[in-house]
Design a protein around this ligand. Sequence first.
Ligand SMILES: NC(=O)C1=CN([C@@H]2O[C@H](COP(=O)(O)OP(=O)(O)OC[C@H]3O[C@@H](n4cnc5c(N)ncnc54)[C@H](OP(=O)(O)O)[C@@H]3O)[C@@H](O)[C@H]2O)[C@@H](O)CC1
Ligand SMILES: Nc1ncnc2c1ncn2[C@@H]1O[C@H](COP(=O)(O)OP(=O)(O)O)[C@@H](O)[C@H]1O
Ligand SMILES: [K+]
Length: 465
Amino acid sequence: MRTVATASHLRAAEEKVFSEQPGVDLMSRAADAIVSVARVIAPSGPVVVAVGPGNNGGDGLYAAAALAGDRDVLVWLAMGTGHEAGLHAADEAGCRQVDAAEATESLTDASLVIDAVLGIGGRAGLPEHLAMFVDAVDALGVPVLAVDLPSGLDTDSGAAHPSFRADCTVTFAAPKPCHVVGEASERCGDLVVVDIGVPVPDTGVFVAEESDVARWWPVPGPDSHKYTRGVVGLDTGSSHYPGAALLGCAGALHAGPGMVRYLGGAPQGLVVSRFPSVVMADGRVQAMVLGSGWGDLEDAAERLAGALSRGVPLVLDADALSLLPADLPPGSLLTPHAGELARMLGVQRHEVDADPMGKAREAASRFGATVLLKGGTQYVATPSGTVTIAVRGPAWTGQAGSGDTLAGACGTLLAAGLEADRAAILGASLQAITASRHPGPHPPDVLASFFPDVIADLVDVADLR
Ligand SMILES: NC(=O)C1=CN([C@@H]2O[C@H](COP(=O)(O)OP(=O)(O)OC[C@H]3O[C@@H](n4cnc5c(N)ncnc54)[C@H](OP(=O)(O)O)[C@@H]3O)[C@@H](O)[C@H]2O)[C@@H](O)CC1
Ligand SMILES: Nc1ncnc2c1ncn2[C@@H]1O[C@H](COP(=O)(O)OP(=O)(O)O)[C@@H](O)[C@H]1O
Ligand SMILES: [K+]
């Protein structure tokens, strides 16, 4: 996992480095990293460097100077001025300064555009002349390497302001919110996080990576058996929504449980004819999933009370989220989408959309349980106040029934003994990684059927580490 830091976190950390190590040259380290990545993306050919007035531009100018050793490098001062010492270095190295028209014309031959206009000091949005340059870059498909972040984005949010669209972003010390949440994150391309000697501040916000899923996935040992691996009980679905039972079972079974017991109100024959290994008899479980596809079941409160009396961690999804008891069993997980979270907190949906991370954190604190807020960005908030953003997946995962399979998968992970936050991070990330590796669209149960391939692959890679 990586810590996510805001612009002000980073500035404070950077100031501390400067005060403790006067004269330290962070900019050269940043520039070296940009040069290394630039050489991988575009090993040869002319490079156009769009340079802004601040230190982001300074990074770009030193990188331009280094690249000019063996290729044509064109420098455009996109805001009229640039970092003085950086400009001197670029001039000395033979970079050619161009104006807006020449920068745009040169795109037809360019192998790479380096966006060093604005970084963490930038205000959101782009002036008109830069927006036109970005349109020309996009139209010609020239690869873009963004320095720290695609200029135009707001460092601290996922909002989709007019900005560069990068194929790769080289950022320093830690990912910022714009790299990992919302539509902004889709503008960053591949993210390379470089250690330039600025210690990562403790922010309590993290982003999960595929390697975390690989390391944490619960793998049975040689002496494991179905009960030690974990039995998950599903009280999901109903006669009105029998599909939810199948979707939950699909998610639970394909995430690798010891056993799935189906204890809900959908026709048992339907479940067992589709999934013969699902057990219909009641008995011991290590975790329960409730609520998906309940609709307005008359005995919902009794069903919840029955599950609570088992004293095992619960995944509460969909309709169970409107019945939250005061004391949830330790290790329980709530899986609302934004509308459900708004209802849980008694606020409007737009308030959740405006501050999804804050609202997920508020719910985790109020209900004393881990909250997985589902959506394009998936936030896992714990009662202690930490928030982890799950691995991101393609948008077509957002379809009816994806949440049911996800709840099932999370149930399997809780039954395996994982803490609720790990179960949520792994379940949500697995769904996203699977959707990325098996481009669809696939209906949710079909997507779940690819979970085992992805788990096997991830675990295999983890074993080799
Ligand atoms: N943190 C670290 O450890 C390290 C950081 N490093 C690098 O420094 C970068 C941060 O540099 P920075 O603070 O100089 O800010 P930066 O992003 O260059 O922009 C500020 C300038 O842009 C201007 N401006 C802003 N918005 C604008 C707009 N919309 N339209 C027009 N103008 C606009 C703004 O003008 P003003 O606000 O004064 O009007 C000001 O002149 C960081 O991202 C990283 O690349 C590395 O060198 C090494 C270690
Ligand atoms: N834009 C998106 N990109 C990727 N995944 C998404 C997007 N929107 C929703 N999802 C995922 O799709 C699932 C939808 O869950 P939910 O809304 O509960 O659906 P349902 O209740 O119909 O099963 C969740 O796993 C969610 O995170
Ligand atoms: K930039």
